[in-house]
Design a protein around this ligand. Structure first.
Ligand SMILES: CC(C)(COP(=O)(O)OP(=O)(O)OC[C@H]1O[C@@H](n2cnc3c(N)ncnc32)[C@H](O)[C@@H]1OP(=O)(O)O)[C@@H](O)C(=O)NCCC(=O)NCCS
Length: 198
């Protein structure tokens, strides 16, 4: 799906900038390079095995079919973060979107995830998404804190739903927020941390 208004410049808290743009056919190698550099212990708790070429192929196909929107944040052609919105095209949950986000380890705590989520939430609202869901494994502390700060509420716990590489079962937490509340929370955070943002 072609998205208007991109590329966009993201200004981070430290004053540095990244470029945000939609992922598109041909980004497979850059996406794989990004995900393969994430710490292994974090990759294990992502929903998909994001290091395989077959994953990258399927991912880009889903985007082309309009089932997902993915935004990349990059610097000098290197992907430093990726955020995805999955949205059912049919059925009774068309107003619900699921988000996922990952940021390169050495670019965290600068507001990159928040800035990408802001863009995604706006796209989601434009597409009629009213409710945003995120699935987080119990020990993904940074993710839990990031989404809690944005006002996500824990709506369900699927006990022992995820198995790590050692075969240990972990709880999967389903966090939920309304698009409009999320938008307001992000705007307030950015106004606090980045003068002139928004
Ligand atoms: C979760 C993740 C995307 C956050 O990215 P980020 O760019 O560092 O997030 P932000 O800078 O926008 O952080 C927003 C707020 O979340 C909270 N937060 C984020 N990481 C945190 C951490 N490690 N410890 C405590 N609070 C944290 C903070 O309140 C932060 O605001 P502050 O820095 O002003 O205090 C990143 O840690 C990551 O890629 N983790 C691995 C992948 C993952 O778990 N993805 C989530 C599954 S969908």
């Amino acid at each position: 799906m072609g998205l208007k208004g991109f590329p966009q410049i993201l200004t981070l808290r430290d004053g540095s900038t990244l470029t945000a743009r939609p992922s598109t056919h041909g980004d497979e190698p850059a996406l794989l390079a990004f995900y393969r550099e994430l710490p292994q212990e974090e990759r294990l708790f992502l929903k998909d095995d994001v290091t395989t070429e077959s994953w990258a192929e399927r991912f880009l196909q889903r985007i082309e079919r309009g089932e997902a929107v993915s935004l990349l944040a990059e610097k000098n052609g290197k992907v430093l973060a990726e955020a995805t919105l999955y949205r059912p095209q049919h059925g009774w949950s068309r107003h619900v979107g699921e988000v996922r986000v990952a940021v390169a380890s050495n670019h965290r705590r600068k507001g990159v995830a928040t800035a990408l989520l802001r863009l995604l939430v706006r796209l989601a609202s434009d597409q009629g998404v009213e409710k945003i869901v995120v699935e987080v494994v119990e020990n993904q502390t940074a993710a839990l804190r990031t989404f809690a700060k944005l006002g996500f509420q824990r709506e369900a716990v699927l006990s022992g739903h995820v198995k790590d590489i050692k075969g240990i079962r972990r709880d999967l937490l389903i966090l939920v927020n309304d698009s409009s509340h999320l938008w307001a929370a992000i705007e307030a955070m950015l106004a606090d941390s980045i003068p002139g943002a928004g």
